[in-house]
Design a protein around this ligand. Structure first.
Ligand code: FAD
Length: 512
């Protein structure tokens, strides 16, 4: 490892998980030098492959990957459809759209006309394995020039006013900023003294691959029982939760113990002849009290943990990275508005809190109690209605995501719709440089002249688009979030104010 005075990186990222790698790509795309320090000596783990590594990706994640031209590569590589669990879902007559505490909602009941500010584009969810997600992101990061050092866990981080020195087992590195993307047990979060508050676990969850003496003894599918819940995909993939207060998570799962828990949860006399792979998790739900302290920031599981039920953690973390990358890079370049970096925590902390509550609500429904079974019956009825399925899809798919940017226009704070220009170009393609966009549907020279003052930060694109929701012009942030819209001939002062709000002062002071 280099001595601290030989290299000063703009950003050091602790953790080469999906969030650390995606953030590294974002920062490098926007011109920052980035060093990623990863504790594990090599990226491979059986838990990142199938079946346990399977992750559902939400609409904001799919859109983000599309906006950075990573989606095609990921869907080409990902192997999410071939698992026994996926096969079970695919064989159902109605197409499932997702679930809440295991209770499915179906595509045939989702009313997408309730989302008037969305145009056809990536929707619903796709699944991909963690190994593929990390591989695609690591390749992109290295192609962009990110340095990744594996087997280099961050141990401590003395901060000064203008930099952070990171100490690892075999040396030091220095960065202007440090971002902890080092998972739920984050060393960075603890060393920075950032609080982590929330609720204690009620259960231990198990993901198990085993050989069963009689694979037909368990019925495939998800089952609520008097003492927990289990899901079985033949011949030996099992997920189960045992309401033990999270006790078993503290020890490595063994065959005998798993057999005991499976018998308890299923109420059946099941025998495991061998244990192939097992991991445990809990429903502990905690969130960092703040996402920034001095020159240290947090993203992903380092900032928030909750039960994996409903598959939201990765999506939440990738959303953090997409929100943080361009803001931190602009701060480092020196062209960001003074409070831009503060908007990271202001926008993402409430989103995290909402997801934590979503996971807590699912736990409440799964408790092996009579009141939870009664609640489950009500949710089953509601989810099987048009209103219900649409509501759950909106929440699970991430369609309801909207930041409060202080403007009541329904497009502001939301993901830019998939407007299609006459030549077929979409905003997702235009965002691939990592710059913001000024979309001018009425092709006005004055707007073009204004955008020129932010050359390199805002890409001006003019032309008519099919459905434009009555809008004449929009300013879109590099993360694809609409920052400003005009419904009439745009007022240039308003447009300039909006550009300054998100992209800082222009090159020349006169922006008319
Ligand atoms: C069974 C299960 C199923 C799940 N299913 C879904 C799903 O369907 N959808 C979804 O969105 N989410 C899901 N999740 C959650 C998702 O996997 C996590 O939220 C996601 O992996 C978080 O990414 P991350 O990069 O923040 O952290 P991690 O993936 O934990 O990566 C952190 C990295 O930091 C490294 N590290 C740790 N300490 C240090 C250190 N001191 N210095 C340097 N490096 C360090 C680690 O080795 C690791 O590589 C699931 C989780 C589980 C357990």
């Amino acid at each position: 490892m280099q001595s601290p005075d030989t290299a000063l990186y703009d950003v050091i990222i602790a953790g080469a998980g999906p969030v650390g790698l995606f953030l590294a790509c974002e920062l490098r795309l926007a011109g920052s030098s980035v060093l990623v320090l990863e504790k594990a000596p090599e990226p491979h783990s059986p838990l990142k492959g199938l079946p346990f590594g399977l992750r559902g990706l939400s609409v904001p994640t799919i859109e983000s990957l599309d906006r950075r031209d990573l989606l095609n590569e990921l869907t080409r590589r990902a192997v999410g459809r071939d698992t026994p669990a996926a096969a079970h879902w695919m064989q159902q007559q109605r197409r499932p759209g997702g679930h809440f505490a295991g209770i499915q909602f179906f595509h045939d009941q989702i009313d997408s006309t309730r989302w008037p500010y969305r145009l056809p584009g990536p929707i619903g969810s796709i699944a991909a394995d963690m190994a593929s997600i990390e591989a695609v992101l690591a390749i992109r990061a290295e192609t962009l020039g990110v340095e990744i050092r594996r087997g280099c866990g961050v141990q401590s981080l003395p901060q000064s006013d203008d930099s952070v020195t990171v100490e690892t087992a075999d040396g030091m590195a220095r960065g202007r900023w440090l971002v902890g993307c080092d998972g739920g047990r984050s060393t960075v979060r603890k060393a920075a003294g950032i609080g982590f508050v929330g609720t204690d676990p009620e259960f231990t969850g198990y993901s198990v691959q085993a050989e069963l003496a009689d694979p037909a003894a368990l019925e495939p599918g998800r089952h609520y029982t008097a003492s927990g819940m289990y899901t079985y995909a033949a011949p030996g993939t099992i997920a189960m939760v045992d309401f033990d207060g999270g006790m078993a998570h503290r020890t490595e799962p063994k065959r005998d113990q798993i057999e005991v828990v499976l018998r308890k949860v299923s109420g059946l006399d099941v025998t495991l002849t061998s244990l192939l792979l097992a991991t445990t998790w809990t429903d502990r739900a905690c969130q960092a009290t703040g996402y920034r302290k001095g020159r240290v920031l947090l993203a992903g599981d380092a900032a928030h943990i909750h039960s994996p039920l409903g598959g939201q953690g990765l999506n939440l973390g990738l959303g953090d990275a997409m929100n943080l990358g361009w803001k931190l890079a602009a701060t480092i370049r020196g062209d960001a508005p003074a409070d831009l970096l503060d908007t990271f925590s202001a926008e993402r902390h409430p989103v995290g809190a909402q997801i934590l509550d979503w996971s807590r609500a699912q736990v409440a429904l799964m408790r092996p109690s009579r009141s939870s079974r009664a609640l489950e019956a009500i949710i089953r009825d509601l989810i099987d209605t048009r209103d219900g399925a649409t509501y759950f899809a909106e929440r699970v798919w991430g369609i309801s995501l909207r930041y409060d940017l202080g403007d009541t226009h329904p497009l502001v704070g939301r993901s830019v719709p998939e407007f299609t220009f006459a030549d077929g170009t979409r905003p997702a393609e235009l965002l691939r440089t990592g710059q913001g966009l000024l979309l001018d549907f009425d092709v006005r020279p004055s707007l073009k002249a204004l955008a020129r003052r932010w050359t390199g930060r805002i890409n001006y694109v003019a032309g008519d688009a099919g459905n434009r929701f009555g809008v004449t012009a929009l300013l879109v942030r590099p993360d694809g979030i609409v920052a400003w819209v005009s419904e009439q001939a745009p007022h240039l002062d308003d447009a300039a104010r909006a550009a300054m709000r998100w992209f800082g002062a222009p090159e020349a002071s006169d922006c008319r």
